[in-house]
Unconditional design. Structure first.
Length: 259
């Protein structure tokens, strides 16, 4: 469900919902609660509500803070993984020159083919948390071609060792990239953060302030902060999906440069 929201709902709609829709709903609920339970207006339960609300807020802040920091690190790491993989591909194309024009042309074309399949088919597959069989086959062909290079002297043997290292590095980065396309937050943690969000806003609804406008503003502000944080968490969970996805620009550049 969360992936579907990220893919199909524009980020600006989610932001609008966070800063306007949910706060408006919270204010409406508070107005309704005050009309149906007028006894809350005396503020008799403010001490208990304030203490319990603060406790729920602290728990919420700890959980969400941990999630946002972790997801942001994963998002940055996903971009770094893409860069590292393309650097290895460029190095392969350059090092293959030691084996002559024919071998270099073959390796370059295989790198270009793999880069194009990743930038198109695999990027679309990663948006669904999957890998592209076509990109996998293209990578296997590139690996086979590198391993099949004929060594004629010690210098070529050393270059081949470096190329095999780059192939292995590209394979590891590809695996990290594919793993990063999947969900990063387990369902129990999402349940915990949603539950603490609801509880925190619920206690805010029960807290009495004499000024009606101030009371509504406080509830709306808390709801806006919580909902905006949840939207940010949702967008960061899938680095290769949605409005702020990591783009395949590096693979497109590699394919364009070596073509």
């Amino acid at each position: 469900m969360s992936r579907w929201i990220v893919q199909n709902v524009p980020a600006w709609w989610l932001v609008l919902l966070a800063v306007a829709g949910l706060p408006a709903l919270a204010v409406a609920i508070q107005w309704l609660v005050r009309r149906r339970v007028p006894s809350l207006a005396d503020g008799e339960h403010n001490d208990a509500v304030g203490f319990l609300g603060a406790t729920a807020g602290v728990v919420y802040a700890i959980i969400v803070g941990f999630m946002v920091i972790t997801l942001w690190e994963n998002y940055v790491a996903a971009g770094d993984t893409v860069q590292n993989e393309t650097v290895s591909l460029r190095d392969l194309a350059q090092l293959s020159g030691a084996f002559g024009p024919a071998a270099q042309n073959e390796v370059r074309q295989l790198v270009v083919r793999y880069g194009k399949s990743v930038a198109t088919m695999e990027w679309q597959a990663m948006a669904e948390g999957e890998a592209s069989p076509v990109a996998q086959r293209d990578f296997d062909r590139l690996t086979t071609a590198v391993r099949g290079l004929r060594v004629r002297n010690a210098a070529q043997q050393e270059v081949l060792g470096a190329m095999l290292t780059q192939v292995d590095e590209a394979g590891r980065e590809r695996q990290r990239r594919l793993e990063a396309s999947g969900p990063q937050i387990p369902a129990p943690m999402w349940l915990a953060v949603i539950l603490t969000s609801v509880v925190t806003i619920g206690f805010c609804l029960l807290f009495e302030v004499k000024s009606a406008w101030l009371r509504y503003f406080m509830v709306a502000a808390v709801a806006a902060v919580i909902s905006a944080t949840l939207v940010l968490t949702l967008l960061l969970e899938y680095p290769f999906s949605g409005t702020i996805e990591v783009k395949p620009t590096s693979f497109e550049h590699v394919a364009g440069e070596l073509r």
